[in-house]
Design a protein around this ligand. Structure first.
Ligand code: ATP
Length: 302
């Protein structure tokens, strides 16, 4: 399978700050990859290295098998950075046509605007768009050249729920048509809704790399909530929280835990059993003091 973007031991420093620390990552054709990480983790820096907007301090970066700044390679790429500026006096259709002019077979403007919920705004000056409309336009233009790979840095930040879902649909359609996407997000539900592969980055390093299920499996599989007075020592509980008579217990085997509660005659009520969420996995992976956990192709390496 073709690797569309690759970093090998890529490190990027800004003065004394190590923003990325030896990151090796392959992005194969057809994948929808979500990059997750807390503020300052290095996600934007990684997304800037892939198209050659920044150079690594050490290590290598390849785009479509070669030097990222090569114009022919860049023509296969669509990007939406975290912060973008639109010329305020250009009309929406002019912005799209300006970008489309760089490509041999662009998506027709009405089709693109329809996909991103911007129909009817063609003649509006971009300075007169709402924040959410501007964001949708800057994401839309990443797709105008029918790219093979799209890099989106927090594409839905500032969008309301409806607009966010419309944008997810557009990204999904592109992906179903064979497109490859790398996106960063602060919204775990976004990564959960879209990504097939999740890479968790923290302090410049890859902490986990796998499917959603793989990343979830890094925390105990079940969360059990209940109300009860003091609980005795219970076998199989890996972590617990208590707030008054509310208890939260994390365990790999919730059935065994519930059997213990019953056998011991513990007067519990309001029992809830849930599958560990991506959010719990993410918090466990990025908690201060957590050692590096790398999950590569489903294999756990500590
Ligand atoms: P966020 O989610 O907040 O956007 P991020 O994961 O995208 O964060 P980066 O923007 O890549 O993180 O930043 C990684 C680290 O590098 C941070 O400590 C940041 O302060 C630092 N950094 C980023 N760009 C620069 C720069 N141009 N000059 C100096 N330091 C920088």
């Amino acid at each position: 399978m073709e690797i569309l973007a690759r970093t090998v031991q890529a490190t990027r420093c800004y003065g004394p700050v190590i923003a990325l620390d030896g990151v090796s990552l392959d992005v194969p054709a057809g994948q929808l990859l979500g990059l997750l990480g807390p503020n300052g983790a290095g996600k934007t820096t990684l997304l800037q290295l892939l198209p050659g907007l920044r150079r690594p301090t050490s290590g290598t970066v390849e785009l479509f098998g070669g030097y990222p700044r090569d114009a022919a390679r860049r023509r296969r790429l669509g990007c939406t950075p975290q912060e973008t500026g639109l010329p305020p006096t250009l009309r929406v259709h002019e912005v799209v046509e300006f970008v489309a002019g760089h490509f041999a077979d662009p998506v027709p403007t009405p089709e693109l605007l329809e996909q991103f919920g911007l129909t009817g705004l063609e003649r509006r000056q971009s300075g007169g768009l709402s924040g959410g409309q501007k964001r949708r336009l800057t994401v839309a233009v990443a797709f105008v050249g029918r790219p093979d790979l799209v890099l989106l840095d927090e594409p839905t930040t500032g969008l309301d729920v409806e607009a966010r879902h419309a944008l997810w649909d557009a990204v999904r359609r592109y992906h179903q048509g064979g497109g490859t996407v790398v996106l960063t997000s602060h919204y775990l539900e976004e990564v959960e809704a879209l990504a097939e592969r999740v890479v968790v980055i923290d302090q410049g390093r890859v902490r986990a790399d796998g499917t959603l299920a793989d990343v979830r499996s890094l925390v105990p599989a079940r969360r059990v909530r209940l109300r009860a007075p003091d609980l005795p020592e219970l076998a199989g509980v890996e972590r617990s929280n208590r707030d008054g008579d509310r208890h939260e217990l994390w365990t790999a085997d919730s059935d065994a835990l519930v059997r213990q509660l019953v056998t011991m005659g513990i007067p519990f009520r309001d029992l809830e059993v849930a599958t560990a969420s991506l959010e719990e996995a993410f918090l466990a992976l990025t908690a201060p003091g957590t050692q590096t956990v790398a999950l590569i192709d489903g294999e756990l390496a500590r």
